[in-house]
Write a new protein. Structure first.
Length: 366
């Protein structure tokens, strides 16, 4: 019985680590954004780590996949199980911190393929920790499946393939797009809220200074606020979250107006997406004006979308001789639309028909 439980744990943990790792390896840039959330001020306040989030993300997801493969084939089982235990303790701490303090809404454990709430993520890690502890206690039962030479070959091949996949998706786009803005999506429909969808239940909290101390009061308590208390602030506390459409916070703002309603009705619209012009890849930006002229000659309306300010826009237009209008959109939304900076998105009547990395402009069908 002990051996059966151990082998089940080996299979369960190995397969889950491989699946989780491959999903994130499909989109390491997206996982790096999630790591940046953990390193930001509201969470661990470790901004010095933010510049290395992408290489760290690549290392972690490759490690996940390779450890899963090594566990399944029984390669260096003691070192593998020790590594898995350390990794799952780290993940469990992160997901507990996120859930308890409500700071990171989605751990990114399965990328955009499967969104888990913070407590669901923590529960998942507790389950994994349980099975990894079984493996740790019964390390001697995790035997190699093949000879030493075959084990080495399988382990090294898994590392090489993971590195190749990581480099490929960074220089192109995710192999499988799990995001709300994947090809075939109509943006307007993605923003719709179905009739009868559950509504959010929000409680208004009023903060008053009472004798030098800030105190919170609900709407029911307003009549009991002490005399002489001064109003400080008001915040909304979400009691129950309602339906959130797949696409939200999408805008196409220019000169203080949102133009998305008219632009999403354009029959042929090309968008240059660059969430931060100060971080955009120069080799990609240099290709945009030529593409702009080619697209306009074929009847396309061409615009750019960014979260950068007017000074950065003016500098980019001058540097790259860009003759396009820039529209503002939230940086997180633009990062969700596309991972490359810049990238090109084609819309027909609001439906996304093509998306390419700046390295793949030649693949556009105009």
């Amino acid at each position: 019985m002990k051996n059966i439980i151990t082998q089940f744990s080996r299979l369960f943990v190995g397969v889950l680590f491989i699946i989780s790792g491959l999903i994130k390896l499909n989109d390491p840039v997206g996982f790096s954004y999630k790591l940046a959330e953990y390193f930001s001020e509201p969470v661990f306040n470790m901004p010095f780590l933010e510049p290395i989030t992408l290489p760290l993300a690549l290392f972690l997801v490759i490690l996940e996949v390779v450890l899963g493969v090594m566990l399944l084939i029984g390669y260096k089982s003691k070192a593998t199980i020790w590594s898995l235990l350390i990794l799952i303790i780290l993940f469990t701490f992160l997901t507990f911190y996120s859930a308890y303090f409500d700071v990171v809404k989605d751990c990114g454990c399965f990328g955009d393929a499967l969104h888990l709430t913070p407590w669901q993520s923590f529960t998942k890690d507790i389950v994994l920790l349980f099975f990894i502890l079984i493996l740790f206690i019964n390390k001697e039962l995790v035997k190699p499946l093949f000879s030493k030479s075959v084990q080495n070959i399988v382990a090294y091949i898994s590392i090489i393939l993971c590195i190749f996949m990581g480099v490929w998706v960074l220089n192109h786009l995710p192999i499988k797009d799990f995001r709300p803005y994947k090809v075939g999506t109509n943006i307007e429909k993605g923003m719709e809220i179905p009739k009868g969808a559950p509504q959010s239940v929000v409680e208004m909290i009023f903060i008053y200074n009472v004798n030098g101390v800030n105190k919170e009061f609900t709407e029911k308590d307003l009549m009991a606020i002490p005399e002489g208390a001064t109003f400080v602030d008001r915040k909304d506390k979400v009691i129950t979250e309602g339906y959130v459409p797949p696409i939200h916070d999408f805008s196409m703002e220019k000169d203080g107006e949102d133009h998305k309603d008219q632009l999403l009705k354009e029959p042929k619209l090309m968008i240059f997406v660059t969430y931060d012009l100060t971080r955009s890849e120069p080799s990609g930006m240099e290709k945009l004006e030529k593409l702009n002229q080619e697209a306009k000659a074929k009847g396309y309306k061409v615009i750019a979308m960014t979260a950068s300010g007017q000074d950065e826009i003016a500098a980019a237009k001058k540097q790259y001789k860009l003759n396009v209008d820039f529209y503002f959109c939230d940086a997180i939304t633009l990062k969700t639309i596309e991972r490359a900076n810049p990238s090109i998105v084609i819309l027909n009547d609001g439906t996304i028909t093509q998306k390419v990395h700046y390295n793949d402009i030649k693949d556009l069908k105009l």
